[in-house]
Structure formats: C-alpha cells, structure tokens
Design a protein around this ligand. Structure first.
Ligand SMILES: [Zn+2]
Length: 183
C-alpha cells in the first residue's frame, strides 16, 4: 500500500516525542500500529544497538510481541519511528539503506536543541518520499489527488480573471464623481 499520509492524535505524537527525550542521548525507536493511515497506538521497542547514540536496532522479541498485540487489537504495523538525538528529522543514508518495510511510514524525529520535530517517509527501492503527517484529534478530510500542471494553470488564470473582475466591479460601484463647483 502506498501511504500518502499518516494521521496521529496529539497524544500519540506526544508519546513519540516524549520517548525520544527520555532516551536522549540514545536513539529511541518504536512501532506505530493502526488502520490504513490512522495511527491507533505507539509502542516503545528497546534499542539494542551497540552504538545507541548513532544507530538503532530493535529488540527482536519486543518487536514480535508488539506485532502480536497489534493483531489482537485489529491493528497492523503502519509506522516505525526512531530519533536523531542531535540531528534533524530527515532519514539518514543508513536509514534509507536499511529500511525493510516499504509499506509503512518511517517517522524520523529530530531532537536538535531538544525540540522534537517529526517527519514521515515512505522508503522503497532506496528512495525516501515524504509523507504528510497530520496531527489532529478529528479525522482529516480525504486527501485530494495531486493537481496536474494544467489544472494548476487553469486555477491561476481563473484567479487572475476573478481579481480583474473584482476591480472592474469595484470601480463601477464607486459613487459618481461630485460635480465640480463652478463660480
Ligand atoms: Zn536515522
């Protein structure tokens, strides 16, 4: 499935950011369970990398246990998150090379200056494509298909015409000029 966006509630986004701040200066990692693009749960997974300041490796037993819990609740794995304690919220070269789940959103949390910033990516065939993260309590409107170039041009032309029309209309609505007093 191609994920166009990832919808998180404030609480779930907060859980991810909080995990990152607690495990600082180590990278924190975990799984996001949900349905389609809607996240329903966040689970921390122990980082067992031997260089946890610069990398993450998920504990296999915890990973399996969490996947089992997802399926018990009718959820599937829709996202994998990890933090960059000193970096930004872009996937690193290693993140792209080692990504193994092409159908999930990779959430990268940058913690520069301890200010969590989240971004999401779909990583497949060695390419990372950005996914919109929507943080909202209510269901977002369905995503519109991206506008074609011709549609964009038509919209701009329509906008320009309506603006010209507005000016013309405004001019025609002006009160008539007062008569010039003559002596
Ligand atoms: Zn990374």
């Amino acid at each position: 499935m191609i994920m166009r966006r990832l919808w998180l509630t404030h609480e779930l986004a907060q859980l991810i950011a909080q995990h990152g701040l607690e495990d600082y200066p180590h990278e924190a990692c975990g799984l996001i369970g949900g349905v389609n693009e809607q996240a329903l749960s966040v689970s921390r997974i122990k980082n067992i990398s031997d260089k946890p300041e610069h990398a993450f490796l998920m504990d296999g037993a915890e990973f399996t246990k969490t996947m089992f819990e997802f399926s018990k609740r009718g959820e599937v794995l829709i996202g994998i998150y990890h933090t960059h304690p000193h970096g930004d919220h872009l996937p690193s070269r290693t993140d792209v090379q080692e990504a193994q789940y092409p159908d999930t959103a990779y959430v990268v949390v940058g913690l520069k200056q301890r200010q969590p910033r989240l971004s999401a990516w779909q990583i497949r065939n060695g390419l990372a494509e950005p996914i919109d993260i929507i943080i909202s309590e209510t269901e977002p409107l369905p995503a519109l298909p991206p506008m074609s170039r011709a549609q964009v041009r038509a919209n701009i032309i329509a906008l320009v015409f309506s603006f010209i029309f507005l000016i013309v209309l405004a001019l025609s609505l002006l009160p008539p000029a007062p008569p010039i007093p003559t002596r």
